[in-house]
Design a protein around this ligand. Structure first.
Ligand SMILES: NC(=O)c1ccc[n+]([C@@H]2O[C@H](COP(=O)([O-])OP(=O)(O)OC[C@H]3O[C@@H](n4cnc5c(N)ncnc54)[C@H](O)[C@@H]3O)[C@@H](O)[C@H]2O)c1
Ligand SMILES: [Fe+2]
Length: 410
């Protein structure tokens, strides 16, 4: 047996826990860089958090989606201006990912490019307190920061156990202001994290791997977190999108996205995430929209290997599959997923978001190069296999009856 669990030193979840932020920050340092964005800073709840932080404070509120390297330079300069010894990030995945790389550069110098890939951060960074306002990427507890480099066609990842935030303070009340689109995209991203972790190809690893590698493949612990995450998100994502004021649904989404983050922090994500890189770059569509759109097609392509897992997901997601065969339960899950995606406004095909069919083989080849993700895909991972996933996602072809708007379980 060989298991690994990593995470923040303290992970606090629940309504109202944001009030602990000033104390946690003060105990971690006295010269504070706060990272957030303009939209959030304009909201009373976030403005209140910023105003309550004690010590010397510099606020960087110019974070823009997907962490362009220019933002990193500006935020590093803001950190230097206050000689920051602690960072507080209040925002979505963009803001937290930006704060992570700023913490690395503040402690170890250099530029983001020095740290692309896995395990290239040489040691701990300055303390980071992460407060998510979306549900979500799970970035408040993951070992990943995803950046956009203008010299690269695809987004790049910095993955290291040293960038797991020191404190994660997850307060569902901070997500109440998320508009429906952000709720849908970030919420389905979290569902993908759960399902991609749960269906990841198992990978044998040795006793040195937990220190030398960041992602280790699925194991019984990641399975546990992934299933609990899927359960919460399945029962509440649709409700959170349709009624942003549904507090129970918001709480489930905060909790579920956090659990999904724990799962994929160790297991790793898979083909939908790898394939979204070129699709997102070409279409400028949000990360969550892309991974959500691709998920059913990637699962379809691996059905032979993961039928039992899809059947388990059917039960966990609340479908009545008592007495159903494994294949029937797997079908029920995939059909339910189609319906969920349609209900929360995720386009059904790559053609719908303007992808040119001629580009698919090139995109497949690019995604195939994202080894850390693609090695987890339980289906074929050669260019032909990945092109087949994209072709199906372009045409909308499924291995089961295609959903029409008035059919299928809700
Ligand atoms: N580090 C990781 O582990 C990880 C995992 C998955 C995705 N990501 C990355 O995270 C990014 C996506 O993050 P995201 O989905 O959280 O979205 P985001 O952080 O990009 O935010 C999207 C939009 O929502 C707004 N917003 C955020 N919270 C809000 C709130 N409470 N009220 C109103 N508006 C709000 C933001 O201002 C922004 O305009 C991508 O760059 C993706 O690659 C990182
Ligand atoms: Fe994601």
């Amino acid at each position: 047996m060989l298991e690994t669990v990593r995470g923040p030193r303290q992970l606090i979840v629940g309504e109202g826990v944001a009030q602990n932020i000033p104390r946690v920050v003060a105990e971690s340092g006295s010269r504070v860089l706060i990272v957030t964005d303009r939209v959030l800073l304009g909201q009373p709840a976030v403005a209140e958090i910023v105003a309550a932080v004690r010590g010397r404070v510099e606020v960087f509120s110019d974070a823009t989606p997907d962490v362009p390297l220019t933002d990193v330079d500006l935020a590093v300069a803001a950190a230097a201006a206050v000689d920051a010894d602690v960072i507080l990030a209040v925002g979505g995945g963009t803001v937290i990912d930006l704060a992570k790389i700023v913490g690395v550069i503040r402690r170890h110098g250099g530029s983001p490019r020095d740290y692309y890939g896995e395990s290239r951060v040489p040691g701990p960074t300055i303390p980071l307190i992460a407060v998510p306002t979306t549900s979500g990427t799970g970035s408040e507890l993951t070992p990943v920061s995803v950046l956009t480099d203008p010299d690269r066609e695809l987004k790049v990842g910095v993955s290291s156990v040293h960038i797991v935030p020191d404190f994660a303070i997850v307060d569902p009340e901070l997500t109440y202001t998320c508009p429906a689109g952000v709720t849908a995209h970030s919420g389905i991203d979290a569902f993908c994290h759960a399902v991609e972790s749960y269906t990841a190809r198992p990978r044998p690893h040795g006793p040195r791997d937990p220190v030398e590698q960041v992602f280790l493949g699925r194991n019984p612990i990641t399975d546990h977190y992934a299933l609990r995450a899927a359960e919460r998100i399945a029962r509440s994502l649709r409700r959170a999108v349709l009624d942003g004021g549904d507090k129970d649904a918001r709480a489930d989404m905060s909790y579920g996205s956090m659990l999904a983050g724990i799962a994929f922090s160790h297991a790793g994500n898979a083909a939908p995430h790898a394939l979204q890189y070129p699709i997102g770059a070409a279409t400028h569509t949000p990360h969550g929209l892309g991974v959500g759109l691709l998920l059913p097609y990637a699962l379809d392509a691996a059905r032979h290997a993961i039928g039992d897992r899809l059947a388990t997901l059917a039960g966990v997601c609340g479908l009545d599959v008592a007495g159903a065969s494994e294949a029937e339960a797997a079908d029920a899950f995939l059909t339910w997923l189609d319906r969920l995606l349609a209900d929360i406004g995720i386009p059904a095909t790559l053609a719908d978001i303007g992808v040119a069919r001629a580009d698919l083989p090139r995109f497949a080849e690019m995604a195939g190069g994202v080894t850390r993700l693609i090695q987890n895909h339980p289906g074929p991972t050669d260019t032909a296999g990945l092109t087949a996933v994209l072709e199906a996602a372009w045409t909308g072809e499924r291995t089961r009856p295609v959903l029409t708007l008035d059919s299928g379980p809700s």
